[in-house]
Design a protein around this ligand. Structure first.
Ligand code: BG6
Length: 476
């Protein structure tokens, strides 16, 4: 049974739904330089914007101008919380200005006030693929220690400004994506010199780990500052968690799965929750001949800046095999091999509700801090019928099973506080840049060819989720 004050809601990110990319003083961020892709065509990072380029994040779904209408719909579903990110480049357009952009700050004041009208508690991601492009390009992103200062300054501004409007903050979205080797652009803001396929950008492991060290220090520093500014602030880490099962019970598979779970799933949260690097991290550096450059005091900073709670995104699980010929699985920036017992979404992501129960118990056993599931959902193609209805029973089925799994984990003693399914309103896909890959309870009439009037329509899942919230997760 879920707690009485369980936070039901939905999740988004500024870069994928706000639009208004060059309005209100906002500067371009890294997502603004990504072309539209599809299931078959990858997204391309273009350091110089192409004049005839198709950049879907520029317009998003225009939440910037429609936030009142959208929040009203969230309230109609009964949302208790809403996860959104602040677009860093709306506050510091280039990232290195002395003073923040007042119009950007005012926009989020308006959004938080609107949420307050309906008693919806914001959960704010501070960095979700919205690093100002200017500083990213100039410094090779987080590989530069200078980034810590930029980030701290940005956080101080928003913590003070929204001191009485926001309680829950998440420092870096899916910080551990870097460990899978594919977060160099979106997570670490490392801009390539020329046009590069998003998922093919390669950055040396030593640079990635160094950049990650800077993020850990930044996260710990701002956690401490946040508590000084407002002792009621709650700061969380955010991980993409895809449990990696051994493909077989062959001991080699089991050991390999254990190894990759540590490296991919726990490396970051072990630092952020426990306040120090785990012993296997040191072994990993040694094995890869890497020396992390640290400054005096770094280890104390990590200790002093432990997060208050743990959050994760969960879409799929994967398997690990010692057999190099095992068939690869696809997923959102992750890897592994196919699980013969699972079905997959149209994009090949393996659907595994039981995996959510399993990982919640694992994480809670490891850390014993409150947990929030701040992303989960099914990307699918929806059909808008002539009468403007959308029959997304496949989405209801997916979410129902995942909520059931969460409920079972709670019954096993897991301290779960919130559930915010991803893309509660249709938005731009991060991996493909498509509009066609929809997650929402609310359909947005916009297509990949640019057509559509942006009208919002309630899907069948909208009415279903409303009922789930009203019954605190009992009526599934
Ligand atoms: C997570 C990200 O990786 O998965 C989101 O935090 C993203 O930004 C979500 O949108 C779903 O992935 P996709 O590629 O289907 O949009």
């Amino acid at each position: 049974m879920f707690r009485d004050d369980f936070l039901w809601g939905g999740a988004t990110a500024a870069n994928q739904f706000e639009g208004a990319w060059n309005i209100g003083g906002k500067g371009p961020n890294i997502s603004d330089h990504l072309t539209r892709g599809s299931k078959e065509t990858p997204r391309i990072i273009t350091p110089i914007l192409r004049e005839d380029g198709d950049y879907p994040n520029h317009d998003g779904i225009d939440f910037y101008h429609r936030y009142k209408e959208d929040i009203k719909l969230f309230a109609e579903m009964g949302f208790k919380t809403f996860r959104l990110s602040i677009a860093w480049s709306r506050i510091f357009p280039n990232g290195d200005e002395d003073k923040p952009n007042e119009e950007g700050l005012q926009f989020y004041d308006n959004v938080f006030d609107e949420l307050k009208k309906y008693n919806i508690e914001p959960i704010v991601t501070i960095s979700h693929y919205e690093t100002p492009f200017h500083i990213a390009k100039e410094h090779k992103g987080w590989t530069s220690r200078k980034f810590i200062d930029y980030f701290v300054k940005y956080c101080e501004v928003i913590f003070k400004r929204y001191k009485n409007k926001v309680k829950y903050w998440l420092t870096f979205n899916e910080i551990n994506m870097t460990m899978a080797g594919i977060g160099s652009y979106l997570s670490l803001a490392i801009v390539p010199d020329e046009d590069t396929v998003l998922v093919e950008q390669e950055t040396e492991l030593k640079d990635r780990l160094q950049a990650l060290h800077h993020q850990f220090i930044a996260s710990a520093k701002v956690t401490k500052i946040a508590h000084e500014i407002n002792p009621n602030f709650q700061i969380g880490c955010m991980n993409i968690f895809a449990p990696l099962y051994p493909l077989t019970c062959k001991p080699e598979d089991v050991i390999l799965a254990q190894y990759y779970n540590n490296i991919n799933n726990y490396y970051c949260s072990d630092v952020q929750v426990r306040g120090e690097y785990p012993s296997y991290a040191k072994k990993y550096w040694e094995d890869n001949d890497i020396e992390i450059k640290m400054e005096d005091g770094d280890l104390e900073i990590l200790k002093e800046g432990k997060v208050d709670f743990y959050t994760l995104s969960y879409y799929m699980s994967s398997c690990i095999s010692s057999d190099p010929t095992a068939e690869k699985a696809s997923g959102n920036f992750l890897f592994g091999v196919k699980n013969p017992y699972l079905e997959a979404s149209e994009w090949g992501w393996q659907i595994d509700p039981t995996g959510l129960k399993y990982l919640l118990i694992e994480i809670y056993n490891r850390y014993e801090v409150p947990i929030m599931v701040v992303e989960n959902g099914l990307g699918a193609i929806d059909k808008l019928e002539d009468d403007k209805t959308i029959h997304d029973d496949y989405r209801i089925d997916y979410l129902k099973k995942h909520i059931q799994a969460m409920s079972e984990a709670v019954d096993e003693g897991v301290d779960l506080r919130a559930y915010t399914p991803w893309g509660c309103i249709d938005l731009i896909s991060a991996s493909t840049g498509e509009m066609a890959k929809r997650y929402g309870f609310i359909y947005v009439n916009k297509q990949d060819d640019g057509s559509g009037d942006l009208e919002r329509y309630r899907k069948d899942s909208f009415y279903w989720y409303k009922k789930v919230i009203a019954s605190n997760g009992k009526d599934l």
